[in-house]
Write a protein that binds this ligand. Structure first.
Ligand SMILES: Cc1ncc(COP(=O)(O)O)c(C=O)c1O
Length: 395
């Protein structure tokens, strides 16, 4: 029952629920071809492997795993993470530079909590992951967008904005960005680390898609170029093992992580022991590398199917060609808008996310995000075909 007299905090009043979560309700209908979410495909979730790992873990260490744990993380996972981060993400971090988080979203939440006061400026790519925008709004920060091109953030604009606003934080998704699929070039990665140190800005480097690369060569993280401790790498096992386990990590300077740990104690005490132990066992038993390999093959083929299908669509003036990740971002021809297309397409059984939700500054009503991880190749071409017909009808 509603309680109309409850006085909500200023903090929550301006924050709308995720538009994407609302869209999920429609796109979860079994008759809908959904390009809307950012979920791994269901084939990608290693349920059977996890079932046997969980059984073994509970038999061997049940009394430990079912007890409270330590805030910084489950020790065997903390032991494994430096090796994993070096191999998979190319950054050298040691155990005391780590805090295990309940998904990488918690890493951003903790950084915002520790670093920002209401009104402080946070710089971020534009467009950007809606969940990150919501977190920034929840902390009443002033979100200032950094213009981007196909190689990520514009470095001159970034430096100018750092000089002008003296931001507390720069939030970036450098690899296969959500929602554009763009990747920050090597030179710009080095430059971001340099600018962060020069202007004293903490960088939250959110890199959950790093290993989902289908073409080209891996790039080192921004963290790799961080000699002074300004970059905090936010890692996640959501897109490569399971989002439901909610296991991620922060890699950054110990003093900052210690403060984040205090905030984590006050929110969830620690990330679930059993979930951390499952991830540790998955890594320990060498299951992750073959799993990621097979994900890249399947997702790469789905990405190709989407790009092939988009090639002939009238009414779409531009779309990105990501080398990895889960998303293509498209722009409609002048005069066309994504919102009416969304409603029309949903009636015909196709869902996507109108792109304007990803822009802090609003506008860009002719853009849309298309996810390709949740439908097979035939379904993708059928769905884009339906979208093309809907676009025809709107022109
Ligand atoms: C850029 C980005 N960061 C973080 C997340 C959420 O990650 P986690 O499940 O680890 O909290 C997502 C999920 O869509 C994302 O796209």
């Amino acid at each position: 029952m509603d309680q109309p007299s409850v006085q909500l905090s200023h903090r929550i009043q301006g924050v709308a629920g995720s538009a994407i979560r609302a869209l999920f309700k429609h796109s979860a209908r079994p008759d809908v071809i959904s390009f809307a979410g950012g979920n791994p495909g269901s084939f990608a979730l290693p349920d059977q492997q996890m079932a046997s790992l969980a059984q073994q873990l509970l038999k061997d260490q049940g009394k430990v795993l079912l007890q409270y744990g330590q805030t910084e993380g489950y020790a065997p996972l903390l032991d494994l993470l430096p090796g994993y981060i070096a191999d998979a993400l190319g950054a050298q971090v040691s155990r005391e530079n780590l805090l295990i988080t309940t998904g990488s979203m918690q890493g951003l939440d903790l950084l915002l909590k520790v670093l920002t006061n209401p009104g402080d400026v946070v710089l971020t790519e534009s467009p950007v992951f809606l969940g990150a925008l919501q977190a920034m709004h929840l902390f009443q920060t002033k979100v200032v967008p950094v213009p981007c091109d196909e190689d990520g953030m514009d470095m001159e604009a970034l430096e100018r904005l750092m000089q002008q606003h003296k931001p507390k934080l720069l939030y970036t998704i450098p690899t296969f960005q959500n929602p554009t699929g763009h990747t920050l070039s090597l030179g710009r990665r080095q430059h971001v680390a340099h600018l962060a140190a020069r202007y004293g800005v903490v960088v939250a480097e959110d890199d959950p898609y790093h290993q989902l690369r289908y073409d080209g060569s891996p790039l080192p993280t921004i963290k790799t170029f961080d000699t002074e401790g300004w970059v905090v790498l936010l890692g996640s096992f959501s897109k490569i093992i399971s989002p439901g386990l909610r296991v991620g990590f922060m890699a950054g300077p110990p003093a900052l992580l210690e403060r984040c740990g205090v905030c984590k104690q006050c929110s969830d005490v620690h990330t679930a022991n059993l979930n951390q132990a499952l991830v540790a066992a998955f890594l320990q038993q060498g299951l992750l590398a073959p799993h990621v390999h097979s994900l890249c093959q399947r997702y790469g083929s789905r990405r190709d199917a989407m790009l092939d299908a988009l090639a002939g669509v009238g009414g779409i003036s531009h779309y990105t060609r990501p080398q990895g990740g889960l998303f293509v971002f498209a722009e409609l021809a002048p005069g066309l808008k994504a919102e009416p297309l969304f409603h029309h397409a949903l009636q015909q059984g196709v869902a996507f996310v109108p792109g304007e939700h990803f822009y802090a500054e609003g506008g860009h009503t002719n853009t849309l995000r298309l996810n390709f991880s949740n439908a097979d190749e035939d379904t993708i071409s059928r769905g884009i075909g339906i979208l093309a017909q809907c676009l025809n009808g709107l022109q």
